[in-house]
Every structure is written in structure tokens, then in C-alpha cells.
Ligand binder design. Structure first.
Ligand SMILES: Cc1cc2nc3c(=O)[nH]c(=O)nc-3n(C[C@H](O)[C@H](O)[C@H](O)COP(=O)(O)O)c2cc1C
Length: 272
């Protein structure tokens, strides 16, 4: 089985979702899969401009000369593609969306009906990889992924394929925090082991069975405790209680009006 993962986190190899994908691929590789692991942030992917040239002028070929041609080749030569993305505003990251949009040269412009009688475009290559999707988010509940899950399912339909596995991780910030706060180590290590087991099981059986799926869905810590911990962390990260460089008490007094704010100095640690 050839598996290619495309990771849409802007944090690339330093992201939380990277850990999820890494462990899954580790298990898959141990079970004999051939692995390709791609960080989209390391690639040049121009946003689709909707010109339509790939439909009629140079069928199947995009006008942009960037890394997408090679990525499409890797996509199509896989049995299974893993789409890995952080949850960004309830959906895929911008990087992942740019990648997905640029898969459009694989479609053929004619409209045809799917097995449910609903129209979609044709597809140039009958052999489409199956999709496994993976995402992490900052909030503690699973229903945070509702829109994303729906979007992935529609995308699979559009691409004439199916979703063969879904792994969603709320509280994903704990995956990194476990290395600095020992209280999360055991839960995170157990989760990482489950991901490796899922990768292995997937290669051996073609699915992640319900029992393992259910265990992967379990909270790392109870949601209210997680929220309390996260809020305490924010209180420590924002010692002056500022928003966009302005002390919060001033914002409150002036009722958010007529305040000029300096751009915030970026702090990579403060993304969670
Ligand atoms: C632009 C942006 C939007 C986000 N939107 C959401 C969101 O809608 N829900 C959520 O729970 N977390 C949201 N997050 C948090 C990320 O999903 C979370 O930090 C995730 O673990 C990041 O994964 P990464 O480190 O692999 O990029 C957002 C983060 C960013 C930067």
C-alpha cells in the first residue's frame, strides 16, 4: 500500500497535527506501507485563479508553473492520501485549501450524475486514491469538527473517491504541552501509541476499526479541566492583560472606541 500524506499546517514539522500524522505513518510503515510525507508549507502552491485553462485550453494542465504538478503526480500515484490539517475557522487551513483547489485539473468539465443522481464533474483518471483525513484543534469537544467533516465528505464526492478513515483530535495543544508539563505525559503517550496502532491496523485491514476509533476519540483530559488549564495558561502568557498591545482595562473604559493600536509583535509560542 502506498500512502502519501499532505500536511496543511503552517507550522509544518513543528505543528500539533504533524505529531498525529507522524505516529500514524510510523505504524503504517512498520506494517509494510510505502510512505511519502509532504509538508505543504515547504512547497510553492499558487492560489487557483479560476481561469479555466485546465478545462479547455490545456486539458488537465494548470497555467501555473509551481510545485503542484509534482504534488498531483504524488497524489495520483498513491493508494491512499492522508489530508492533514489544523482546524482553522471550522475548516481546513488556507494552505490545505489552496492545495485542494489546485487539484481541479484532475477534473473533466462535463457534468455527470453520481450514484445518488446528483451532478458533479467528470474525472480524468479512473484510479483515484482513497482519502484518510486528520485534524487537530484547540477546543475540547469533537463537534468542533462538524463543518470540516462535512466539507471533507463533499470533497471526496467531488473527487470521485471515498473517505476510509477520519481522525480528529480536540485539545491538540496538549500534544506539545505534554513535553513541558508532566501531568499530560501519560495520556499523550497513550494517544500516540493508539495512533501508531491505527496506522498499523489501517495497512493490515484497510480500515480503522470502531474499537480503536472510539479510543482515539477519547478526551485527553476532561473538557472543563482542559478549558481551565488553557485559560490559566493564557493568564500567564498575557501578564499585562493586553489585547493588540492595549491594556484591557483601557479598552474596557473606552468601550473599544477611538483606540489606535500598534500591530502586535508576533510570538510563536502564543498560537495555542
Ligand atoms: C487561523 C486559525 C484559526 C483557528 N480556528 C480554530 C477553530 O475554528 N477551532 C479550534 O478549535 N481551533 C482553531 N484554531 C487552533 C488550531 O486548530 C490548533 O492550534 C491546532 O492544534 C493547530 O495545529 P498545528 O499546530 O498543526 O498547526 C485556529 C488556529 C488558527 C491559527
Amino acid at each position: 500500500m502506498k500512502i502519501t500524506s499532505f500536511n496543511g499546517s503552517p507550522w509544518g514539522r513543528q505543528g500539533h497535527t504533524y505529531i498525529m500524522k507522524y505516529e500514524f505513518l510510523f505504524g503504517a510503515q512498520q506494517a509494510g506501507a510505502k510512505i511519502q510525507d509532504i509538508q505543504l508549507v515547504e512547497k510553492k502552491i499558487t492560489a487557483c485563479n479560476g481561469c479555466g485553462v485546465c478545462f479547455y485550453k490545456t486539458p488537465g494542465k494548470c497555467v501555473f508553473k509551481d510545485d503542484m504538478e509534482g504534488l498531483i503526480h504524488q497524489y495520483l500515484s498513491s493508494d491512499v492520501v492522508i489530508l492533514v490539517t489544523p482546524l482553522h475557522m471550522d475548516n481546513v487551513s488556507t494552505l490545505m485549501k489552496a492545495f485542494m483547489d489546485r487539484l481541479i485539473p484532475m477534473l473533466e468539465p462535463h457534468l455527470e450524475k453520481d450514484s445518488q443522481g446528483q451532478y458533479r464533474r467528470g474525472i480524468r483518471s479512473d484510479k483515484q486514491p482513497k482519502l484518510l483525513v486528520m485534524s487537530g484543534c484547540a477546543m475540547p469537544e469533537h463537534n468542533q469538527f462538524e463543518a470540516l467533516q462535512f466539507f471533507f465528505r463533499r470533497f471526496a464526492r467531488t473527487m470521485h473517491t471515498e473517505i476510509v478513515g477520519e481522525i480528529y483530535r480536540p485539545e491538540a495543544g496538549l500534544l506539545h504541552l505534554a513535553s513541558v508539563d508532566i501531568q499530560f505525559s501519560a495520556a499523550v503517550e497513550e494517544y500516540r501509541e493508539l495512533l501508531r496502532a491505527a496506522g498499523k491496523e489501517f495497512v493490515e485491514t484497510g480500515e480503522i476499526r470502531k474499537e480503536l476509533s472510539d479510543r482515539l476519540r477519547k478526551s485527553l483530559i476532561e473538557p472543563d479541566r482542559y478549558a481551565e488549564y488553557a485559560n490559566n495558561l493564557w493568564d500567564r502568557l498575557l501578564p499585562k492583560r493586553t489585547f493588540m498591545g492595549v491594556p484591557v482595562d483601557i479598552l474596557e473604559k473606552k468601550n473599544h472606541k477611538n483606540i489606535s493600536v500598534e500591530p502586535r509583535k508576533s510570538s510563536p509560542e502564543a498560537t495555542e
